[in-house]
Design a protein around this ligand. Sequence first.
Ligand code: HEM
Length: 447
Amino acid sequence: MRVTIAAVVDTCETSTPNRLSPPVVRSPKLVQGVGFAFFRRKAMQRWIQRHGRIFEINIPFFGRSIVVSDPDLVRSVCTASAEQLANVQPNLGNWFGPGSVFGLDDSTHRERRRLLAPAFHGKSLHSYEQVIVAETLRECANWPEGQEFRMLEPMNRITLNVILRTIFGADGPELDTLRALIPPYMKLGQLIAFVPAPPSWARRLGPWGRLDKLRATFDRTARTLIAAAESDPGLADRPDVLAFLVRNGHDDGAEMSRADLCDELLTLICAGHETTASALAWTFERLRRHPDVLVELAKEVDDGGGEFRRATIAESLRVRTVIDVAGRRVRAPSADIGDWRIPQDRTVLVRIADLHGNPDVFSHPVRFDPDRFCGTKAAAPTWLAFGGGVRRCIGADFAIAEMDVVLRTVLQNFRIRTDAAADEKSHFRGIAHTPKLGGRVTVNRRK
Ligand code: HEM
């Protein structure tokens, strides 16, 4: 199959007469919207069966949208330039504010990524390891032995504390305020992230009013921490992300405004913890049901290795995809995805979960089998847990390193009981997918 994506003007159509429009799902928009919002996995399976791995749906907020889950077509989407496929509309800039990287496009987006990326990979990751170990040990100190409990909330506390300390450095009363504020902000915000905001006179009412109040407290607290960092005589030696942004916080030569900095700090906190916590909860959910994998992991922890653990993390992110969709919008007069021609303004949704479940790509795709990633890198276009191309997740390395350290620390200290419990279903929180029962496990402390 030809896999080029090119901006083409309408007049070119005669030179490529074979280009087709993707098949269209014909049921009423409301039915498609309900399927997409509430029964996504089943609806997608039915549409894929009927139309193949590229088709068009029409859904609230995103309108006419091309859904893709074939690896060659996904590669086309990932390698497209921002001039061809731009940021999806609406996007999470709705929720975090116009200064968030999620809302930016083109050169401002590139500049912002250039600014943020060094804080989340390479050398920087090493300095966060001690924080991750300490937060994991603190959280699991009181885990009940021999009694089943949900992993999701402990994992959320660990990842929230880790991201807060990574971003702001030393603990203090402001971090206590954020610790209390972020969970309700996340819970509510995810549900209305893509819903158009009501006019300002109506905004004080309902969920937007509650979200605005939490946001005002966040901004006050963040501004206190920013001011403290700016006047800190030790700023040059601080390893936290805020210190890094205050030292280097220039977008295209201009200093980042306070409002943009607040939007970005909130973005990193929210994007950077619940996703990772959900992925960890899914990993424990899988391990409970896979004694062979657990035995091998425990042995590797004792021997001091890590390859199988990282393969387990990649497999868990594949088989239980936390963020199931990555979106773009056709900006060029039209864009070609494989043999298909997509007109301007269409949304393009890469269905990551269906790519990961594609039997042509992964044999026995429902099987949890970390060996598939031993000696092979989990990477685009077949493995897309962190999206791809110019908008690939900024925190991917950070998230994998964090999952690795948390998993290692838990396995060093606990044995996880295995049994034949039924798989937990998936619960969609608005953006992330979590185990419906919270990833229940029973543990015993290792002697
Ligand atoms: C297991 C954990 C995580 C998963 C599964 C995940 C997944 C994703 C996905 C699928 C995207 C969209 C990519 C695209 O559109 O192609 C994304 C974007 C993003 N993620 Fe993550 N993420 C995780 C952890 C993190 C962490 C730890 C951070 C920050 C510390 C983070 C920050 C971001 C940001 C800022 C973006 C927007 C990038 C842009 O638009 O340029 N994520 N993530």
